[in-house]
Design a protein around this ligand. Structure first.
Ligand SMILES: Nc1ncnc2c1ncn2[C@@H]1O[C@H](COP(=O)(O)OP(=O)(O)OP(=O)(O)O)[C@@H](O)[C@H]1O
Length: 210
């Protein structure tokens, strides 16, 4: 059974078709990337898969039709649009707070993530004083905390320097080997070439496998 199945998923707003009968399947273990220009519908597809927007058609997770108001059926780590962080906390405190909501996350994993994303040297600095790239790394670390079955990253390389992108690529592969399936929206071709096991082209709300 596929981890994710979309059957003719459409989204219309005020007569405008934003997603147009999107049908696709994604198996567990894949690193599926949605590519496409700005405004093509990449973020909307991620939101539709998570049940964060109302759509027509069906979204199935492990064969179970996603219904409004019901809990998402698998543990998912999510970074969509700007990272949600508490500005007055440090990077470590933000991760520790989130860890309380997840099963079996310990200090070791938090420290490993801080090191992987070069955040330990932010020490006692509060997030409100972080640069754009530092915020982005914290958002990614939050999504990767707990090694969720599904990890969703929207434009993860935004604001990252080349070395940080390399670290991200390495960590995505590491977690994928530990069993995480990734859904990623990105227009960064170099990054996509390094991570994607499947590619989907998004164009004006339509999705085709590339
Ligand atoms: N709530 C909404 N109401 C009306 N239009 C919307 C809404 N959300 C998104 N859109 C429109 O849907 C289209 C697709 O948006 P989406 O955010 O999915 O693009 P994207 O491919 O992720 O773009 P980017 O690369 O810029 O992040 C855009 O034209 C956007 O303006």
């Amino acid at each position: 059974m596929s981890l994710i199945e979309l059957v003719k998923v459409s989204k219309k707003v005020k007569g405008q078709t934003l997603l147009n009968e999107v049908s696709l399947t994604i198996e567990g273990g894949e690193i599926a990337v949605f590519e496409g220009i700005n405004g093509s519908g990449k973020t909307l597809i991620l939101k539709a898969i998570l049940g964060l927007i109302k759509t027509t058609g069906q979204v199935k997770i492990k064969g179970q039709v996603l219904k409004a108001g019901e809990a998402f059926p698998v543990q998912a780590g999510i970074m969509i649009e700007s990272p949600s962080v508490i500005e007055e906390f440090t990077a470590k405190k933000n991760l520790a707070l989130l860890a309380k909501l997840l099963p079996s996350v310990n200090d070791v994993q938090i420290n490993q993530l801080l090191t992987q994303f070069e955040l330990p040297n932010t020490g006692s600095k509060r997030v409100r004083k972080f640069s754009l790239g530092m915020r982005q790394k914290l958002g990614i670390a939050q999504a990767m905390l707990g090694v969720s079955e599904l990890i969703i990253l929207d434009e993860p390389t935004n604001a990252l320097d080349a070395e940080s992108v390399d670290n991200l690529v390495e960590y995505i592969h590491q977690l994928n080997q530990q069993g995480s399936t990734f859904l990623i929206a990105s227009y960064d071709r170099e990054f996509v070439a390094q991570v994607a096991t499947r590619k989907f082209m998004v164009k004006a709300g339509q999705v085709n496998e590339a």
